[in-house]
Design a protein around this ligand. Structure first.
Ligand code: CAA
Length: 381
């Protein structure tokens, strides 16, 4: 594995790092405290080409490689993990399913708008009774002439309040298990689609998480993505790749927590010297730095495989699992290094801690990642 980045990738890192400092940092507190969705910021991200980094230029994207996209999520998440997840969900599971599985007409109709940020994308798989067991989802899609009629409900839909398009998974065959699931592109405003309750979350404030309900929602057959029965495959294929985005987001949180902790430990004096000079603290920081480095290697290795077009489902799950566990352990230790101050809102480590937890849960819990990794070990897939 080679962790050298190209000149273009380094330029992306610098550009996003500057953008995050100038444009994201000033609104981080408002996003966190007021659960403020940053509409104007997302517009600026669109103008900079960040909403379509790995999307080919012919569909209005920046035409950059997957690693550049992962660099952008990593850098944004160092400042705001909420902005990181808005971008990650929009791209990995909101736009890519259309790029990989859509017809030429669907690609032309939706991808330029998504890649420019004019449209926001969301992914509606999870249901109240179908989280980890995604293949058991119950939302129904019954064909009626040139439409499908959707009925059912979805929960925990990231970007759900702001999205213009939803990749919705619904059952077209009640007797075929995961092979009876189909995917649809559903536009905001389609009659029968209702945006429901907005969740009050522990962290990731500013990124909206809502429930959706479909009440005789009439979706033209032209909105079917791929073929009938291919929905579960489409969901898995995009999650396999999308999970690298969650790894990058976790890495950003852990990186930021480490940086804050080193800086605090150097400046904080107790018993006449800086606490960094005590092994109790410096060993903690050494362990934190090592875990962050390992997550970085796993994340960029998975990204590099994806950039080179190599199957990376196993490496993607490993990166997501390790980086999110690291984000949780490093943010926990970051609070410990900061002592009582770390437990207050005066320092950002308490926000990092709250933001980190969900990375162990969404886009497949870490228990599910172990199932995926195990399948690769034992079944060769
Ligand atoms: N990649 C490719 N194909 C896969 C796959 C994977 N990771 N996992 C399963 N498949 C295929 C299998 O090969 C099989 O195909 P064949 O029958 O043709 O061989 C088919 O799918 C069914 O496989 P299983 O019987 O193994 O499926 P399962 O029902 O036991 O479930 C699972 C497998 C891995 C547990 C899957 O349900 C899963 O990933 N669950 C987690 C769901 C998830 O990640 N949800 C996240 C929601 S989105 C989100 O969080 C976004 C956000 O807002 C931030």
């Amino acid at each position: 594995m080679n962790l050298e980045f190209t000149e273009e990738q380094e330029m992306m890192r610098k550009m996003v790092r500057d953008f995050a400092q100038k444009e994201v940092a000033p609104i981080v507190e408002k996003m966190d405290k007021e659960d403020y969705y940053p509409t104007d910021l997302v517009k600026k991200m669109g103008e900079l080409g960040l909403m379509g980094i790995p999307i080919p230029e012919e569909y209005g994207g920046a035409g950059m490689d997957f690693t550049s996209y992962i660099i952008a999520i990593h850098e944004l998440s160092r400042v705001s993990a909420s902005v990181g997840v808005i971008l990650s969900v929009h791209t990995s599971v909101g736009t890519n399913p259309i790029l990989y599985f859509g017809s030429e007409e669907q690609k032309k109709a939706y991808i330029p708008k998504l890649a420019s940020g004019e449209y926001i994308g969301a992914f509606a798989l999870t249901e109240p009774g179908a989280g980890s067991d995604a293949g058991s989802l119950k939302t129904k899609a019954i064909k009626d002439g040139d439409h499908y009629i959707l009925n059912g409900s979805k929960v925990f839909i990231t970007n759900g309040g702001e999205a213009d398009t939803y990749i919705v998974f619904a059952r077209t065959n009640p007797d075929a298990g995961s092979k009876g699931v189909s995917a649809f592109i559903v536009e905001k405003g389609t009659p029968g689609l209702e945006i429901g309750k907005k969740e009050n979350k522990m962290g990731m404030n500013g990124s909206s998480t809502v429930s959706l309900s479909f009440d005789n929602c009439k979706v033209p057959t032209s909105q079917l993505l791929g073929k009938e029965g291919e929905g579960f495959k489409i969901a898995m294929a995009n999650l396999n790749i999308g999970r690298i985005g969650i790894a990058a987001q976790s890495l950003g949180i852990a990186d930021a927590a480490l940086e804050e902790s080193v800086s605090y430990a150097k400046g904080r004096e107790q018993f006449g010297k800086s606490i960094a000079q005590y092994q109790g603290i410096s060993f903690k920081l050494a362990d934190m730095a090592t875990a962050v480095e390992a997550s970085k290697l796993l994340t960029y290795n998975a990204a590099s495989l994806r950039t080179r077009g190599v199957d990376c489902g196993k490496e993607s799950s490993m990166a997501k699992m390790h980086a999110s566990q690291t984000a949780m352990s490093v943010t926990t230790e970051a609070i410990q290094v900061h002592g009582g101050y770390g437990y207050t809102e005066d320092y950002p480590v308490e926000r990092f801690f709250r933001d980190a937890k969900v990375c162990e849960i969404y886009e497949g819990t870490n228990e599910i990642q172990r199932i995926v990794i195990g399948k690769h070990l034992f079944e060769g897939k």
